[in-house]
Design a protein around this ligand. Structure first.
Ligand SMILES: [Zn+2]
Ligand SMILES: [Zn+2]
Length: 286
């Protein structure tokens, strides 16, 4: 696989703008997987070292473990790390960093799940460790009594969210992410449109698109990156986010960061080879 890929969404013939109004060409690093889980979160399998071995076998140059952190979530099972888990995560991660020095760059990061009711707690937990990367996402939506997972296909989540009203949940999701970016210092916004992915008939309306615009403006202002989450290829044939959001991000010069969201070792770097064609269909090979 090639190391990186450069493309531009600007076609002057299309928009007739002077070149200084064009976005700069975007380069994505195809040798770095920016989103990897491990068994520590309770819903992924495999030791950290299993993921490292696959990354090496696939010729990657760097990986970023992005361990699930959640705060004050009322849910029937734990799908994130405890404090003790994070201690073990750093201990093992540091051991691997030393062992594989020179062969693979290993970064230790966190996928911080937003909770509008637990901002102080999230900040406090984030301040405890020396993260190489902080990814922001928003998984759990509250009805005031308990939480439902917006990226789950489990019946109890799907029924619970439908009862709240899907349009309302989606608006609440984007409002939450806007707050997350404002209130928490992160490096990258994760899988922006993966939420509600198991409701195939649900589509964004104009108000949601306005929220996406506002969110991307903030991401650009805070110099954050936007994740190209390749797990989407398995579910809908394109990454999270979709083409339209990628174009909106590129126009704002937001860096795009590929991540597999691997929950099994063999998923490291999955579908990265499909990104060039997705980003610039028919573009000549470099
Ligand atoms: Zn997960
Ligand atoms: Zn996530």
């Amino acid at each position: 696989m090639r190391s990186n890929f450069t493309f531009s969404t600007c076609n002057q013939a299309d928009h007739g703008l002077p070149t200084d109004r064009c976005n700069s060409p975007v380069t994505i690093d195809l040798k770095s997987d920016g989103h990897i889980h491990t068994r520590f979160c309770n819903h992924a399998s495999g030791e950290m070292e299993d993921y490292v071995r696959v990354a090496l076998a696939k010729g990657l140059e760097s990986i970023i473990f992005l361990a699930h952190l959640e705060a004050e979530i009322r849910y029937f099972e734990r799908t994130w790390l405890t404090g003790t888990d994070f201690d073990s995560f750093f201990q093992e991660g540091n051991r691997l960093r030393e062992k594989y020095q020179g062969a693979l760059i290993i970064n230790l990061g966190v996928e911080a799940g937003f909770n509008p009711s637990a901002v102080a707690r999230l900040r406090e937990m984030l301040a405890r460790y020396p993260w190489d990367r902080v990814g922001l996402s928003y998984h759990f939506f509250s009805d005031g009594k308990r939480h439902f997972n917006m990226v789950s296909r489990r019946r109890k989540n799907m029924i619970g969210l439908a009862a709240l009203g899907l349009h309302r949940v989606l608006s609440g999701y984007f409002a939450g992410l806007i707050q997350a970016v404002q209130k928490i210092d992160g490096h990258v916004l994760c899988h922006i449109d993966a939420v509600m992915r198991h409701y195939p008939h649900l589509s964004f309306d104009k108000s949601h698109w306005r929220q996406v615009e506002q969110l991307l403006d903030l991401v650009a202002q805070k110099n954050m990156g936007l994740e190209l989450n390749t797990s989407g290829f398995a579910i809908r044939g394109e990454p999270y986010p979709c083409q339209r959001i990628v174009t909106m991000a590129v126009r704002r010069n937001i860096p795009l960061i590929p991540g597999s969201d691997a929950h099994r070792p063999d998923q490291v770097g999955r579908y990265f080879d499909r990104l060039p064609e997705f980003l610039a269909p028919g573009s000549p090979a470099q």
